[in-house]
Design a protein around this ligand. Structure first.
Ligand SMILES: Nc1ncnc2c1ncn2[C@@H]1O[C@H](COP(=O)(O)OP(=O)(O)O)[C@@H](O)[C@H]1O
Ligand SMILES: [Mg+2]
Length: 316
């Protein structure tokens, strides 16, 4: 594709001076790619520049940006090089293809006390391990919506992983979200933090509880689903742009309509079913065992792993 001469940033676009450039950037059109993908009407509405100018700017951005291809082999090598976060259990890792993937959302759903948060804590520690030891050598953004984040658990899991618990806790950026607005805004504003603090994992524990509570009893579920959809979309964008892993937990609701099998379904409906690349259904087994069922994965067969929650974290 031919490159428009000299267009390297928003300010260089035809018809765009410093003021308009600032308006575009403030409205979120901060890269040429984003301008190129915008619609003239939408650009004009959100920034106040005329539709005519918007059209020219979009055209300029389109010419200045090239479509980048990657071969299948390159994509494979890139994904492999990015690494995965070990869960601490060999059979769990094997079940999901070696660990929790980057550039993707991994969801665990299940009843209360099925181990969803414990997996989150273990991943929070393990993400900080070097790549050679099953980590991503990075920090963690932990969005806690239920007030169940446990520094004590982090401490003991970190010790068991031979990491300095103090350093591990210092590398966790914890947000205690009390409303869906706070939860949504945390993700919306995360780009800067991710870059500055080398965040490699985002945990949202849980993704749905605030949405469920706030929108309970409202006549329509539409608004909730729309907000949840936008929130998940943002999380996916963060995962893609920054090569990071996103782990979310989700509750189940009883589904009395099902007479046979397990009468529970995850909250959030189809939106989540499509967004999460890997879905895990957690349930209690005998004694302290937990059964992880891989429900949905584009690259791995369905199956189950039996894990234990221990003081040291998740184990076989
Ligand atoms: N230090 C520990 N050692 C062993 N088991 C633990 C420890 N801490 C918590 N657990 C187990 O984890 C369970 C809670 O799991 P959790 O992940 O918090 O559930 P949820 O799915 O609701 O998030 C408790 O019932 C307990 O059995
Ligand atoms: Mg929990």
């Amino acid at each position: 594709m031919a490159k428009e001469k000299g267009v390297k940033s928003i300010e260089d676009l035809p018809g765009i001076g410093p003021t308009s450039a600032q308006k575009l950037i403030t409205a979120g059109y901060d890269t040429l790619d984003k301008v190129a993908a915008a619609l003239a009407g939408e650009l004009s509405d959100t920034t106040g520049i005329s539709v005519e100018v918007a059209k020219k700017a979009i055209e300029g951005a389109k010419q200045a940006t090239t479509l980048e291809f990657q071969t299948g082999t390159e994509a494979y090598e890139t994904t492999k090089a990015l690494g995965k976060i070990s869960t601490g259990s060999k059979s769990f890792d094997d079940l999901i293809g070696g660990g929790v993937e980057v550039k993707a959302i991994t969801e665990a759903y299940g009843r209360f006390a099925s181990g969803k948060s414990q997996i989150g804590f273990t991943l929070t520690v393990n993400a900080q391990l070097p790549i050679s030891k099953g980590g991503l050598d990075g920090a963690v953004l932990f969005i806690d919506t239920e007030g169940t984040f446990s520094p004590e658990r982090i401490e003991s899991i970190a010790k068991a992983a031979d990491l300095d618990p103090k350093k591990v806790l210092e590398n966790i950026f914890l947000v205690r979200a009390q409303t869906t607005e706070q939860q949504i805004l945390t993700a919306e504003r995360a780009d800067k933090l991710i870059k500055e603090k080398n965040i490699k994992l985002i945990v949202v524990d849980s993704l749905t509880s605030l949405f469920r509570a706030e929108f309970l009893g409202r006549g329509t579920l539409n608004e909730r689903q729309q907000k949840l959809n936008a929130h998940i979309h943002k999380l996916q964008m963060l995962a893609d742009t920054h090569n990071i892993a996103v782990y979310i937990t989700n509750q189940v609701m009883d589904n009395p309509g099902i007479l046979f099998g397990d009468p529970t379904t995850p909250i959030g409906g189809n939106i989540l079913a499509h967004a999460a690349k890997t879905r895990l259904y957690m349930r209690k087994g005998k004694e302290d065992k937990r059964i992880v069922r891989l429900v949905d994965s584009p690259s791995m067969p369905e199956g189950e792993a039996v894990i234990k929650i221990t003081t040291d974290g998740i184990r076989d």
